[in-house]
Write a protein that binds this ligand. Structure first.
Ligand SMILES: Cc1cc2nc3c(=O)[nH]c(=O)nc-3n(C[C@H](O)[C@H](O)[C@H](O)COP(=O)(O)OP(=O)(O)OC[C@H]3O[C@@H](n4cnc5c(N)ncnc54)[C@H](O)[C@@H]3O)c2cc1C
Length: 267
């Protein structure tokens, strides 16, 4: 470790002042602390958001579930309104990492970091969520821009995510057993406008699959996945899995997600 200043603001306004003068925000620290240890990041000032209570919590606004950026994964997993209105999101949060990661890691940190194997980005993209920042609202379709890249500008803070309610949804993750990130994770959402399918872990970043969406919009049944072509040439290949294996996992995990969602009553 090396020396840096640590700011601990208690209001968003204070935090924004500190980030405007060059501080980097620290959320749950599950990624950032490791990056500091390895000197992949060397900020002079860290702005710890953990005492900014206005960034934390879950509320229902009309038909949307609004979750503060500093809400920990364990809080999302256990929250009664999330479990009632978007059980697939609670299930996803409950399957992130291990107990310690879920106790510390935050929704905002996960979304801002946009790890290509992270779970939350697939939920935001499939559900058609909106990322709220200190200066604007960004549709998930525009927010995630590939490997660790997002639409955030320097110093821009995620303050919350707004999730619309959908008819039925489910997340099926095939975990990489050592890291517990998604080797492939598929989030399926049936909405009034059709089915949305978002895939994480398989490519350079989270992405939607037009073929799966069209097939499942026609018939929301696991068998509908079977005839859909999954192009392995654009998928990751590494020591954990070949691109062909990931393509097969996309098919299997999509079937599982649809099977699970189809059991839910249509909302
Ligand atoms: C062992 C392990 C297993 C994991 N398994 C999974 C898994 O299965 N699935 C999964 O999805 N994730 C997994 N994670 C990731 C973890 O859940 C966190 O989501 C992730 O580390 C980032 O969140 P954080 O709150 O810790 O952010 P931090 O590490 O504090 O910050 C990450 C980055 O985001 C920036 N940032 C943080 N908050 C904001 C904000 N509000 N606005 C703008 N920028 C911000 C920081 O400056 C930093 O650059 C795992 C992590 C570990 C260590």
């Amino acid at each position: 470790m090396y020396s840096f200043a640590l700011e601990c603001p208690t209001t968003l306004a204070e935090a924004l002042k500190q980030t405007a003068s060059g501080g980097q925000v620290l959320a749950g620290g599950q990624t950032l602390i490791a990056a500091l240890n390895q000197r992949l990041a060397q900020p002079e000032t860290l702005v710890n958001l953990s005492q900014v209570s206005e960034l934390r919590g879950v509320r229902v606004e009309g038909t949307e579930l609004v979750i503060g950026a500093m809400t920990r994964h364990a809080e999302v997993a256990a929250h009664a309104e999330v479990r009632r209105l978007l059980p697939a999101l609670a299930h996803l949060a409950d399957g992130i990492g291990d107990k310690q990661v879920r106790a510390m890691g935050t929704l905002g940190g996960s979304v801002a970091n946009n790890d290509p194997a992270a779970c939350y980005p697939s939920a935001l993209l499939a559900l058609g969520a909106t990322v709220v920042t200190d200066r604007r609202r960004i549709a998930a379709d525009d927010f995630f821009q590939g490997l660790y890249a997002t639409a955030l500008q320097p110093g821009e803070l995620v303050t919350a995510v707004r999730f619309p309610q959908v008819q039925r949804a489910a997340y099926a993750k095939f975990r990489q057993p050592a890291s517990r990130f998604a080797l492939v994770g598929v989030f399926v959402a049936q909405t009034a406008a059709g089915v949305r399918v978002a895939i994480t872990g398989a490519g350079n970043g989270v992405f939607r699959h037009a073929g799966l969406e069209a097939a499942l919009t026609r018939s929301f049944m696991p068998e509908a996945v079977d005839g859909v072509a999954i192009d392995a040439s654009t998928l990751n290949a590494d020591l954990h899995a070949s691109a062909a294996y990931r393509a097969q996992l996309i098919r299997v995990q999509t079937r599982r997600a649809v099977q699970h969602a189809a059991k839910q009553a249509k909302g």
